[in-house]
Write a protein that binds this ligand. Structure first.
Ligand code: ATP
Ligand code: MG
Length: 454
């Protein structure tokens, strides 16, 4: 491994500015690590002996992001450079944020507060020379995520670090150093105190990474999983029979790998069978059923995502995907069946639902599913849409006011009759004209105990 990294020209200029003002400046953390691994860093963080106020005097455009922790964001050319004064952290009384920080003149001291050896390196802007006091390069070479200093003490300071260890191991396909991993169960109570938001953000990064199963299996073996998603832990050892090669837990983890890397799809794939443990019925040897697990799973997933403070839009979409994940499309479906399906799940969910179904199938055997089995469904929906066929009440040729005009009272009854009219239109799109629907609505009055008009 090289002992130096390439520093982009504009960042060299950034550092020169500080130097000309009499300060030192290094690039630190993720950018150094990623460069050594041959990846292009997303953002570059700088560390300096200049105080935040001094940094603000050197540069014109500066956002005071976290002055009390010594951090400002410098807008430099097209970049945002997070610039933090060399510091040592004081007590982490809540296991989250250092209560106090002490600024220092010493880079090595600053690097010592960082979480892992691979994140505890700095690069000199002029030469690109890497400063590596804690053996980060050697750990990168052996593929090891290792805490700086005593892992138990470091995890007690900030309970989030174990999850960060899993995240970095997942991202790079590394293992966690033995002693570092051994500290996770010892400090698990500290981890449980970490805010849901911080856990959510790390978990999300694991889920949208290229191989989330690496992280998910590590969460399990390290003992973190029950503290994050006990519902998922409960799927371990739950056998499924039939074509299933894996227990419910491994099925879910493999489905997650197979899903496209968006947060909602990965969450839906990971959680779609959470209802199976509660719904499992054994009728005979190898003869199992999981009736209702889609509804049960949707409810469990929704509760879990609320607990983890995911945004409502994410939670609701994942819940809807799980609620509707049990469908078996075949070309034998009639057009009416296709229309009813779209009406039930909602058009905006269709593509993701198909993606979820394919991921689910891949998780049964471990072999990627052939997308061609479900693509005809999308094509047929598009064809029906092109013919302007109705899938929702909004697509119908009459509105509530048309019904009111012939004597239907507004309120729940009108909702019912609109649904009944939609059912008729889904069955036979020819009925979707104002005249015909009004005719049917007139006839329905008797069923709902309304006096018929003239
Ligand atoms: P990413 O590419 O995911 O952003 P990163 O290494 O830049 O990775 P950040 O969370 O952006 O990670 O943090 C920047 C640096 O700050 C880290 O490299 C590490 O040195 C330090 N750091 C961040 N969070 C912690 C923490 N909880 N405890 C100790 N050091 C931390
Ligand atoms: Mg970063």
């Amino acid at each position: 491994m090289h002992r130096s990294i390439a520093i982009p020209k504009d960042l060299k200029e950034f550092a020169s500015r500080l130097k000309e003002a009499g300060f030192t400046c290094y690039f630190v953390g993720g950018a150094v690590r990623d460069s050594l691994l041959g990846h292009v860093p997303e953002d570059w963080d700088a560390a300096t002996d200049a105080r935040p106020e001094q940094v603000m005097q050197v540069f014109r455009r500066v956002i005071p992001t976290g002055i009390q922790h010594g951090t400002v964001t410098v807008l430099w050319k097209d970049r945002r450079v997070e610039t933090t004064t060399f510091r040592v952290d004081g007590d982490y009384q809540d296991g989250r944020h250092p209560k106090t920080v002490r600024f220092t003149q010493d880079l090595i001291e600053d690097l010592s507060r960082r979480d892992f050896t691979m994140n505890g390196m700095a690069a000199d802007p002029a030469s690109g020379q890497v400063v590596d006091p804690y053996g980060g390069m050697a750990d990168l070479a052996r593929g090891s995520v290792k805490a700086i200093g005593d892992p138990v003490a470091r995890f007690m300071e900030d309970g989030l670090r174990p999850l960060r260890a899993v995240r970095f191991a997942c991202r790079f396909g590394f293992h966690i150093d033995e002693q570092t991993q051994a500290a996770i169960p010892i400090t698990i109570d500290r981890f449980r105190q970490v805010s849901a938001e911080r856990v959510r953000d790390e978990l999300s990064k694991i889920l949208v990474s290229s191989v989330p199963s690496r992280g998910l299996f590590l969460l399990d073996t390290s003992g973190l999983l029950p503290a994050i998603l006990p519902e998922l832990s409960a799927c371990k050892g739950v056998t499924q029979g039939g074509p299933h090669r894996y227990d419910v837990f491994e099925h879910l983890v493999r489905a997650c790998d197979a899903a496209a890397p968006t947060l909602t799809l990965r969450l839906a794939a990971l959680l779609h069978d959470l209802g199976k443990p509660a719904c499992r019925l054994e009728h005979g040897p190898g003869d199992l059923s999981f009736h209702g697990h889609d509804q049960e799973g949707a409810a469990l997933a929704s509760a879990a995502l609320k607990r983890l403070k995911f945004p409502n839009a994410v939670t609701e979409r994942v819940e809807a995907l799980i609620r509707n994940h049990m469908f078996d499309y075949s070309d034998a479906w009639t057009d009416a069946a296709v229309r009813r399906f779209v009406a039930r799940v909602g058009r905006p969910l269709l593509e993701d639902l198909i993606q979820l179904r394919l991921a689910d199938m891949a998780g049964v055997t471990g072999v990627p599913a052939d997308p061609r089995v479900l693509m005809p469904l999308v094509r047929r929906v598009q064809e029906l849409e092109a013919k302007d066929q109705a899938f929702t009440i909004r697509d119908m040729a009459i509105k509530g006011e048309d019904l009111a005009a012939i004597g239907w009272p507004r309120g729940p009854l009108m909702g019912k009759v609109l649904i009944e009219l939609l059912d008729a239109v889904l069955e036979d799109p020819e009925l979707n004209s104002k005249e015909r629907l009004l005719f049917i609505a007139e006839k329905l009055k008797r069923k709902y105990g309304l006096a018929s008009g003239t």
